[in-house]
Design a protein around this ligand. Structure first.
Ligand SMILES: Cc1cc2nc3c(=O)[nH]c(=O)nc-3n(C[C@H](O)[C@H](O)[C@H](O)COP(=O)(O)OP(=O)(O)OC[C@H]3O[C@@H](n4cnc5c(N)ncnc54)[C@H](O)[C@@H]3O)c2cc1C
Length: 465
């Protein structure tokens, strides 16, 4: 009896107390995905109807309060960090309607991408593309211009045909190409500054699997054949490893073939986590990074090569990172891809003795669009993401700033949900519709209810009483 007590106690601890503590911490200690920003709102609203959302905004507008709309907190920047009231659509989720014939799905703004994928699968539908994780809310993902890869595929906001949005004064609008067109163009990639997106109608495609082929090739060869590679498949992305100058080329095409050799299989996940762990350890031992990367690439085929068929969630998404790292990403005109990659390599060469370049660079391709604050506005765009597991923020920022300034020379525009350093004066020269965006934003939120330190910094907004 005595001997059994500690066992029973530890079962109780594991099964009840720890989950309760985690739940408490989750609801009282909010961080963004990376853990860089802590959320300390004065009040949290989790409305479950449009009427409640409108009433919260009317109240805030009358009292001169500010509200920050928060999705799944997957942004690396402080874009969604509230300094007053936080409004979350965690309780406003789910599918409203599926129009199988027209291949459209309407969902509430707080629904995550993964929830949408699962919900429409039963009706034989799929989202045409996904980013590399699917825990983001649909409204949060479109608000920052979240994208996947494929030069014939725009970012997620380009899939949206209609929205319902509640303005800063609590007025509910429906907007699409044909109705309230200016609100539509402004709110799609609206940075949480235009209104609360409560409903989103998205274009789907018939359900598919993805046939994925992954090969390894030297960087120079990849750059010489870039156009052929980028157009060779529906979805192409490149993972560049600096020390070996090798590129992993991921190509996938839609197929109705059944799944085989699932890419999220045990071995791939194991390699991913071993690589991640090794990269993390290397952040403290920069001198060994080159050797570890050589082994990862040449022995373990960093991280895999091969040929498989998997579901969209398996192929588009990558396994969850356990190292919470910072990221910066710039979109440059497609024609600048090779030059910017060469400049990135030169920056890394120059800094390799002070910083551990222990992670790959991800290069993705996105079709140009006409959404006013889209980083892909008016041009086919190459998105280059830099990340590093580094114990020092000082070095990380130094490296990020050098890469950002190179990207800017090529007309680069930052990903709104990742780190960037530019001011409004610098950005408006690269966003041709900046003033139009600001004019509609002002009409939608004359009292500047949607305001936090990110938006005030970016748009020079002061709160109107
Ligand atoms: C591990 C990881 C992988 C990622 N992969 C990719 C990728 O492959 N491609 C890519 O482009 N990005 C990627 N991102 C970035 C991510 O997709 C964006 O930052 C996205 O905006 C996060 O969505 P969220 O729901 O977490 O929104 P949050 O980060 O919480 O908020 C983002 C913005 O959306 C606004 N917002 C949220 N809900 C609403 C609403 N209902 N109405 C109006 N505005 C709203 C917020 O105010 C804020 O401005 C990744 C991020 C992580 C952490």
């Amino acid at each position: 009896m005595v001997g059994k007590f500690p066992k029973a106690a530890s079962v109780l601890l594991l099964a009840v107390i720890i989950p309760l503590c985690l739940r408490y911490l989750r609801s009282h200690y909010l961080l963004n995905w990376e853990g860089r920003y802590e959320f300390r709102p004065t009040k949290i609203h989790q409305p479950s109807s449009v009427e409640q959302i409108a009433s919260i905004l009317r109240g805030a507008s009358l009292k001169g309060k500010t509200v920050t709309i928060v999705g799944s907190r997957h942004s690396w920047s402080d874009i969604a960090v509230p300094d007053d009231t936080m409004l979350s659509l965690e309780k406003y989720t789910g599918v409203v309607h599926i129009d199988k014939d027209r291949q459209l799905v309407t969902v509430r703004g707080g629904t995550t991408l993964e929830e949408i994928v699962i919900a429409i699968e039963a009706d034989g539908l799929a989202l045409p593309q996904l980013p590399s994780v699917s825990g983001q809310t649909i409204a949060g993902a479109i608000a920052t211009g979240t994208h996947g890869t494929g030069i014939k595929y725009g970012n997620l906001a380009t899939l949206v045909t209609a929205i319902e949005i509640v303005s800063g004064e609590g007025i509910v609008y429906r907007a699409s190409e044909n109705k309230n067109h200016d609100i539509f163009r402004t709110a799609l990639i609206g940075l949480g500054a235009v209104g609360v997106i409560t409903e989103v109608t998205i274009t789907c495609v018939p359900a598919f699997n993805l046939h994925e082929v992954i090969t390894l090739m030297p960087l120079q060869q990849c750059l010489q054949q870039l156009d052929d590679i980028v157009t060779s498949s529906d979805h192409v992305k490149l993972w560049l490893e600096f020390h070996t100058q090798q590129v992993q080329v991921y190509r996938s095409n839609k197929t109705t073939s059944p799944r085989r050799d699932s890419p999220t299989g045990f071995i791939f996940n194991l390699k991913f986590y071993v690589f991640e762990y090794a990269s993390y350890v290397m952040s403290w031992i920069p001198r060994l990074t080159g050797a570890v990367m050589w082994v990862s690439v040449n022995i373990f085929k960093c991280l895999r090569t091969g040929d498989s068929v998997g579901s969209p969630l398996e192929v588009f998404n990558i396994p969850h990172y356990f190292v919470r790292h910072p990221e910066l990403e710039y979109g440059v005109p497609y024609n600048a891809t090779a030059d910017l990659i060469r400049e990135l390599i030169a920056i890394k060469e120059d800094m390799k003795n002070e910083i551990s370049f222990n992670q790959i660079t991800e290069i993705r391709f996105v079709k140009g669009d006409d959404i006013w604050l889209s980083p892909a506005y008016g041009r086919d765009t190459t998105f280059i993401t830099v990340l590093t597991y580094n114990p020092s923020d000082v070095l990380m920022h130094r490296f990020f700033k050098r890469f950002a300034s190179s990207a800017i020379q090529h007309g680069g525009r930052p990903h709104w949900g990742k780190l960037f350093y530019e001011t409004e004066a610098e950005l408006r020269t690269r966003y041709l519709k900046w003033d139009e965006f600001m004019a509609v934003r002002e009409k939608m939120d004359p009292h500047r209810v949607f305001s936090n330190s990110f938006l005030r910094r970016l748009f020079h907004l002061s709160v109107k009483q």
